[in-house]
Design a protein. Structure first.
Length: 210
């Protein structure tokens, strides 16, 4: 039986923190696009921050960043990297009452929403967390797409078996079309999309709350 997600990520945190970025070029492309939407006065929330690397890299471009993750182990690794005055780490999930509605100009979630069970509720919550005119920035592996190549196609077929033995978390086989539809249903206007990397597509979306 699959173990609870928080427990899974707690056990993985130390190893995760030590891993190099799998695709540095795609990561840098993503950061470049994110920075183009940030202002020095922005209050930014990152959901699913993991070990905090992205929040710390983006810190010079925002007023403040609250970086959250529901895994205690991930937040412990993030706090060990502290040293930037305008970044704060907090153990919390999307629905935490510690996050007040209308408190952020930007909400970010990278490599997160394919791992969220109540994804439509989560995106609706993101909408509420933003000020009117605020920006939702996400990047999501769309492993529901058909053209994944041999390696990723095989892995996709193996995921249910790996989950059964507790070696993988919940994963949604999202497609680019279904992901964008979810974001629009949550009340957002999509303003930019891209794939970084192209294959398998990790779909980058910038959407604005009207």
């Amino acid at each position: 039986m699959m173990k609870p997600n928080a427990q899974f990520w707690d056990k993985l945190a130390v190893k995760y923190a030590a891993q190099p970025i799998s695709d540095p070029d795609a990561y840098e492309q993503t950061l470049e696009r994110v920075v183009s939407y940030l202002k020095p006065t922005d209050r930014v929330l990152e959901l699913g921050c993991g070990t905090g690397s992205t929040a710390l890299k983006l810190a010079p471009h925002a007023g403040s960043i609250l970086a959250t993750d529901f895994s205690e182990g991930m937040i412990a690794q993030a706090e060990a990297r502290m040293g930037v005055d305008n970044v704060r780490f907090l153990q919390a999930d999307t629905f935490s009452p510690a996050l007040a509605d209308g408190s952020f100009e930007v909400v970010m979630g990278f490599n997160l929403f394919h791992l969220v069970d109540r994804v439509d509720d989560a995106m609706a919550r993101v909408h509420d967390l933003l000020v009117p005119g605020g920006v939702f920035i996400s990047k999501t592996p769309c492993i529901g797409e058909r053209s994944l190549g041999l390696k990723f196609g095989l892995l996709k077929r193996l995921i249910p078996l790996i989950q059964f033995f507790g070696k993988a978390p919940f994963v949604r086989f999202e497609t680019i079309k279904s992901l964008e539809a979810r974001i629009v249903r949550a009340g957002f206007e999509v303003v930019e999309t891209g794939n970084y990397p192209l294959r398998p597509p990790s779909h980058f979306v910038v959407a604005r709350r009207p």
